[in-house]
Write a protein that binds this ligand. Structure first.
Ligand code: SAH
Ligand code: MG
Length: 217
């Protein structure tokens, strides 16, 4: 193994492999981000293999109540909404009205709109109103706000429920091994806070940009 080194090219092919094998083919989800980008939204949704992971986590917890912070085009939301238990609900928070409008149409196209509540506004203002209890909380909005998100959602997660967070290792602009970037510093504080919290058992799936999965004891 010592001669196998991770290069950007190898990482790109690895990501493609993960998407091909574990993402699965879905006509609606496969075309969604291309349409979103054409409509001017940023291309920063989770990859298909992470979408699959989110779906699996929602179904494994038999989730009836899921909270998402950062809707964008509804890509990760559709993966999770489809995996909800019958009668279940996804509440998803988004600050940009343009993103919310696009996502609402995407939820409708995917046939999950009646299971979704889209809450418009800055998550730091809307999160304190969210009562839970939630089976799964998925964080994916402002990275410098992750430590505050954790404080706000911590006690809304039921025992046995999950805290999931995207980009806990990096993004296209910063990485966890390079000190100094404010996103990196905040996410590092978040990771350490969750890992050290006796109420949670946490692990990181280093898929793409890192997904933290923590179970509330
Ligand atoms: N979870 C989505 C991607 C989310 S991208 C997916 O994987 O498909 C991050 C989103 O958070 C963007 O749509 C951005 O507009 C939104 N956002 C940015 N700042 C926010 C804030 N303060 N409160 C709520 N949402 C915010
Ligand atoms: Mg993300």
């Amino acid at each position: 193994m010592s001669d196998v080194e991770m290069s950007p090219e190898r990482w790109r092919r690895t990501s493609e492999y993960l998407t091909e094998v574990f993402g699965g083919r879905d006509p609606l989800l496969d075309g969604l981000m291309a349409r979103a980008v054409a409509a001017g939204l940023p291309d920063i949704a989770v990859s298909a293999d992470v979408g699959r992971l989110l779906s699996l986590l929602v179904s494994m917890t038999r989730a009836e109540a899921v909270l998402e912070v950062g809707t964008l085009a509804g890509y990760s939301g559709i993966w999770m909404a489809r995996a909800l238990a019958p009668g279940g609900r996804l509440t998803t928070l988004e600050k940009e009205p343009r993103h919310a409008d696009f996502a609402r149409a995407a939820f409708r196209d995917a046939g999950v709109l009646e299971r979704v509540e889209l809450v418009l506004g800055d998550a730091l203002e809307t999160l304190p109103r969210m009562r839970g209890p939630y089976d799964v909380v998925f964080l994916d909005a402002v990275k410098t706000d992750y430590p505050r998100y954790f404080e706000l959602v911590r006690d809304t997660i039921r025992p046995g429920g999950l805290l999931v967070a995207d980009n806990v290792l990096g993004s296209s602009r910063w990485w966890i091994d390079h000190a100094g970037d404010p996103n990196r510093e905040a996410v590092d504080r978040f990771n350490r806070a969750v890992a050290a919290d006796p109420a949670f058992e946490a692990a990181c799936v280093p898929s793409r940009q890192g997904v933290l999965v923590a179970r509330r004891r």
